[in-house]
Design a protein around this ligand. Structure first.
Ligand code: ZN
Length: 275
């Protein structure tokens, strides 16, 4: 029965879009929790969480994570996936503190360093990745291995061999960030064929490549992520007024494909999570 289920992750906020880009993006804990709850009711099984500081800037502020997760957990049992990359120039400890203390079921594991959007270095050096993988194991948090480029899959295979990561692995292919792989269906097929058998995977395309990657991932039997972290437009020139619009559309597409959205508990079963 589970082959018929699609895990829909919502990434409501991200690190970069501002209220100037779209007034509809939720940035503070109360707004994020309300939006996540609305997305849960619409069919999202996983919420990928970023927080912002009081000025709405990218942040790994622990109190903001603590408040956001508390508010979400009071409302629903959606699977929580916290970022470990809420900005540039953070210490390892700042990046790891939220998942080590708040014990989400998933957290992001960005599996390599890259030139981010032709502007800065998104650093995930080997020492950090080793420390991060072991800390996730110790805390019972499953890594969501974020892949922006093919080398990051090979890094994951290396860390699997070294015991830093444990099978079955779960991948999130993030396509279309300048500095990483472009968001083409050929690239998605290529990446999907690199991962070990028994792995689970999900994909997203940034910006206007969002829809082609969504359709392709679903057709290939994958899971999908939507939300304003990746794309603020519902269609050309039309801002999404809520992350729920992306959930509703994906639900319709999934249904037309003869599949169903997984509930949070079904997502837990598919990903091997302990609640
Ligand atoms: Zn993120």
């Amino acid at each position: 029965m589970m082959e018929n289920k699609v895990i829909l992750t919502v990434a409501t906020t991200g690190a970069w879009p501002s209220k100037k880009d779209t007034p509809y993006i939720p940035l503070q804990p109360e707004e994020i929790a309300e939006e996540v709850y609305a997305c849960y009711k619409a069919g999202a099984a996983v919420a990928h969480i970023h927080v912002r500081d009081d000025e709405d800037k990218a942040s790994m502020n622990f109190e903001k994570f603590e408040k956001t997760l508390k508010l979400i957990r009071e409302k629903c049992d959606i699977v929580i996936n916290t970022t470990t990359s809420g900005g540039i120039g953070l210490t390892d400890e700042e990046r790891m503190k939220p998942f080590m203390n708040l014990k989400p079921e998933l957290a992001s594991y960005d599996c390599g360093t890259m030139n981010w959007q032709n502007s800065t270095v998104f650093e995930n050096n080997p020492k950090f990745l080793e420390k991060l993988g072991l800390a996730m194991q110790e805390n019972g948090v499953k890594p969501e291995i974020e892949v922006f480029d093919a080398g990051m899959v090979y890094n994951a295979l290396y860390y699997l061999k070294k015991g830093i990561l444990k099978a079955p692995l779960h991948f999130q292919f993030v396509l279309g960030v300048p500095g990483g792989m472009t968001a083409t269906i050929e690239n998605l097929v290529f990446l999907k064929n690199l991962i070990p058998e028994g792995s689970t995977w999900s994909a997203l395309g940034i910006g206007k490549q969002h829809l082609p990657i969504l359709y392709a991932a679903l057709a290939m039997g994958g899971n999908v992520r939507v939300g304003m972290e990746d794309n603020i437009f519902y269609s050309a020139g039309q801002l999404a007024k809520s992350n729920v619009e992306f959930i509703d559309r994906t639900k319709r597409i999934v249904k037309e494909l003869g599949k169903e959205l997984a509930t949070p508990d079904e997502a837990r079963a598919i990903l091997g999570l302990k609640k």
